[in-house]
Design a protein around this ligand. Sequence first.
Ligand SMILES: [Zn+2]
Length: 221
Amino acid sequence: MNNLKILNKRCYLWVPKIPPETWSRSHFTGRAMSDVLTNNMCECFNSKLVDGRDKPIITLLEYIREYVMMKIVNVLKVIDRSSGLLTPYTTQMMESVKKQASKYTLHWNGEDHYQVTGPNGDQCVVNMTTNTCACRRWEITGIPCRHVVAMYSYKVYPINGMSIWPTSQVPIQITAPKFKKQIGRPKKSRKNSTAEREDGGSRKKSKVDAKGKRKVVEGEV
Ligand SMILES: [Zn+2]
């Protein structure tokens, strides 16, 4: 509001007369569970009606009915093409949120609050009982924000010491493998196959690349 006051004083005086729950995220309720701005939706709808707007009322209503009918069919086609529980848009959004969340750390207060801290001084309190975050995105859109996602990483849980592990009931005794010490120092380099030896100078070696695929490297020993 202070920034607005600098920009335009008349606007600064006019805005508070409108109930803040209609224009400020800090006052929105979580009832709608949507991040869509009504204004954007109206503009999109209006632009679709350009050709029907100057028609008589019944023709206009028919135009709108047909448009809505086709729109719903299009949405059903998108659902058919999608896999998983989320829509393609939300899946994409969640992927981006997950990337952001990897840069965050969290501290538990011992009860149901977590302090989640990330880059650029971004720090929010997440309440796991009320399912809310201070940034309010989770509450307003229903989609977990980066602060909430930061808490959902996989964890490795601690275990007790071996002395109190339960004894296995499997009737097999595992004994140590037989070991025979070989003469001399064990060889480190791999023996070339017959084909490699016949190939002469350009020996080939298979190597696992970054993607886990095995590839053949020319001329490498
Ligand atoms: Zn948040």
